[in-house]
Design a protein. Structure first.
Length: 682
């Protein structure tokens, strides 16, 4: 029987159809597997990119937060320093009735000098206890305003808030818009007010010192740090926009407070509960950190948007906080979409073609291996990028004390090339830290970090470098394998601290100790004399006719004369004596450990003789004369106050007797002996 010719053809067609279906099924399965692999890779890459993005944005936000806190800390320090300046303290001791316009030239001069050195200071004011301006220096023109334009600021909330502070406390107002003539100034001018009350020696409040800080430059710097593809933001403690969308900035000044808090309540709640981190909003990824503008012990208040409003409550340093942040828009975030770009589409199609030709297992293993290598390279690159761009020096020290790794900043600070630094023992670079072996042993044993700002490293040239150092353990599989030492140069900070200390204890014109340092030395000298039963003397010296020299030859000539007087006084006295300037043309000299009471009169004679030589400035010859009063310890007083009063009274008796005389307390005024006069010396 002949086979049916159509059956074989049908089976063949069916077999081909099944093969085609199996081929399509396998191809589809391979394509699906490949697609899933690619999608997982993209998700993982996206997660890593987002993690890197978060790290970078958090570093930028922390930098911005640190900048804000540093600038505001300087403002608080300057406010406190200014309130303790001799000119301001002397004004506070004066009766309020003497605070008339133009009667405080030293305060005006001090304020003008401050304005010359601080571009962000818009105004500096001295207010009396009723809140009326007595001195005001403005940035515009950098001059003291005329008396006719001085204003009554008693109705402003910050004046009322400052009046409630105790001595030594500093007030920092909310950051809001400046109000002039009862209206918000246009264009908008962000303003902070720092102030502190002034008290006399009896503890009575005599007024306030207020600095208006123009925050425009500060906020521009914030935008510069957080700018680029991100949107910078700054919120106050109530969730109001200080920096943000232009249409919503400063809304609380116009009756719409808490704009951010109302628009993003969940994000705001998270930001209030956690000091720093990341939150996702409908607009993108927000990275934030908390700024604490106030130093501990200082105060702020809620303020008021009204010209004459009052603060509702006071705020301590932990309640008065800002939130600084950077928003990465959603369309700028790393994406895991398969066809997000032409490059991704091309890679996907090529990979799919390879997958269809090669077995899925081989393709998958190869892809995973390549992915692992890429991740390793990316991690190594990211690690190197982070360490290379750190603003701090970074050293990795193994358990034996040898340096394993160093970043470029460490090379720069220590003047070592990385190749030469690797393998050196830590005691060569950080001897003072390494000698404290228990520090390193404690870190390796307990895993606890160590931090200090009283350590110096040694550079390759042998110079010592003061640093702020922190050391933390580096773990490998749970064990401490090395120590990471991060350090930064604090030379400039130490210089600034020394300069501030010098300004607090010395006269800016002559460089002599001021009244504050004199009183400290006087107390020490009296204690030493009591202990060893010795005598000492205090000499008050007041230049004769100094005002006439200022009026005739100008203040520059007067300043030159004061410097020359200081120089001559130092030439006459011993190194152990203290020559100080109290202000104006008044000098006080502390003579410690006299051999005999007559030594005070002898020194007074030598001072008059040395000051008798005239001073030539340009074409002018300026005579120098002085009236001197001296008081002995313990004969004329056993306390600093009584001794200074006795010397001051003796000086005035010498001046009343005809000037260019000296007078020892308890004796009559005397002229300079003839053998010591300048004519006799000639």
């Amino acid at each position: 029987m002949m086979p049916f010719p159509g059956r074989g053809m049908g089976q063949k067609i069916a077999s081909r159809r099944a093969l085609l279906l199996r081929t399509l099924a396998i191809a589809g399965l391979c394509a699906l597997l490949f697609t899933l692999i690619v999608k997982l890779v993209l998700l993982r890459t996206s997660a890593q990119d987002i993690s890197t993005l978060k790290t970078r944005e958090q570093a930028r936000v922390e930098t911005a937060a640190g900048m804000l806190e540093y600038r505001l800390e300087i403002l608080e320090m300057v406010t406190l320093f200014l309130s303790r300046a001799p000119a301001v303290k002397q004004a506070a001791q004066a009766a309020q009735a003497s605070w008339e316009a133009g009667s405080l030239p030293r305060v005006e001069a001090l304020f003008l000098a401050l304005m010359d050195s601080r571009d962000s200071y818009a105004q500096v004011r001295l207010l009396d206890e009723q809140g009326r301006e007595r001195v005001r220096v403005e940035r515009a023109g950098t001059t003291a305003v005329p008396a006719a334009t001085l204003q009554d600021k008693s109705g402003r909330y910050y004046v009322q808030d400052i009046a409630e502070l105790a001595a030594g406390e500093v007030y920092l107002s909310p950051l809001d818009l400046n109000i002039e003539n009862f209206l918000i100034e246009v264009p908008y001018r962000p303003m902070l007010r720092a102030g502190t009350p002034l008290f006399d020696r009896h503890g009575e409040r005599r007024g306030s010192l207020v600095i208006n800080f123009d925050a425009t430059t500060l906020l521009d710097r914030l935008r510069q740090i957080l700018g680029g593809t991100t949107r910078p933001m700054l919120l106050n403690w109530q969730g109001d926009w200080l920096v943000g969308p232009a249409e919503q900035e400063w809304g609380f000044m116009f009756g719409t407070p808490g704009a951010f808090a109302r628009r993003h309540p969940d994000a705001w709640q998270t930001m209030r509960e956690q000091g720093s981190g990341h939150v996702s909003t409908d607009e993108g990824l927000l990275t934030y950190s908390t700024v604490t503008p106030l130093s501990p012990g200082h105060l702020s208040a809620t303020g008021s948007a009204l010209a004459f409003g009052r603060s509702q409550q006071r705020l301590t340093h932990d309640a008065y906080v800002w939130r600084v942040g950077a928003l990465v828009p959603g369309d700028a975030l790393p994406s895991a979409a398969l066809l997000a770009s032409p490059v991704r589409r091309l890679v996907y199609l090529l990979g799919l073609a390879v997958t269809l030709l090669v077995s899925g297992a081989t393709t998958w293993l190869f892809a995973m291996r390549r992915e692992a290598q890429r991740q390793a390279r990316q991690e190594a690159y990211r690690h190197r990028q982070i360490t290379d761009h750190l603003a701090e020096g970074l050293l990795v020290v193994d358990r034996q004390g040898e340096i394993e790794e160093a970043n470029p900043e460490a090379e720069r600070l220590l003047v070592w090339r990385r190749e030469a630094l690797l393998g050196e023992h830590a005691r060569r670079v950080m001897p003072s830290l390494w000698e404290q072996c228990d520090r390193f042993q404690g870190i390796t044993a307990s895993g606890e970090p160590y931090r200090s700002d009283q350590v110096s490293f040694v550079r390759r040239d042998g110079a010592h470098l003061p640093v702020d150092v922190s050391a933390a353990p580096l773990r490998h599989q749970g064990d401490v394998s090395a120590i990471i030492v991060a350090f930064s140069d604090i030379t400039e900070r130490l210089q600034q601290e020394r300069a501030i200390r010098h300004l607090a204890y010395h006269d800016t014109l002559t460089g002599l100790p001021n009244r504050r340092l004199l009183l400290e030395r006087l107390e020490l000298a009296m204690a030493a004399c009591r202990r060893h039963r010795r005598s000492m003397a205090l000499i008050f010296l007041d230049l004769d006719h100094f005002k006439a020299i200022n009026d005739t030859h100008g203040h520059e000539a007067g300043d030159a004369l004061l410097k020359e007087v200081a120089k001559r006084l130092l030439q006459v006295t011993r190194e152990t004596d203290v020559v100080s300037r109290q202000g104006g043309d008044e000098f006080v000299i502390l003579l410690g450990e006299l051999h005999a009471p007559e030594d005070a009169a002898r020194v007074a004679q030598l001072l008059l003789a040395r000051l008798g030589d005239p001073l030539t400035i340009g074409d002018a010859t300026l005579p120098i004369g002085a009236s001197i009063g001296a008081a002995l310890y313990p004969e004329d007083g056993d306390s600093a106050d009584t001794l200074m009063k006795a010397a001051d009274a003796a000086m005035y008796r010498a001046k009343q007797a005809g000037r260019h005389r000296y007078c020892v307390s308890g004796d009559r005024p005397r002229e300079l002996p003839r053998d010591l006069t300048p004519q006799a010396g000639q």
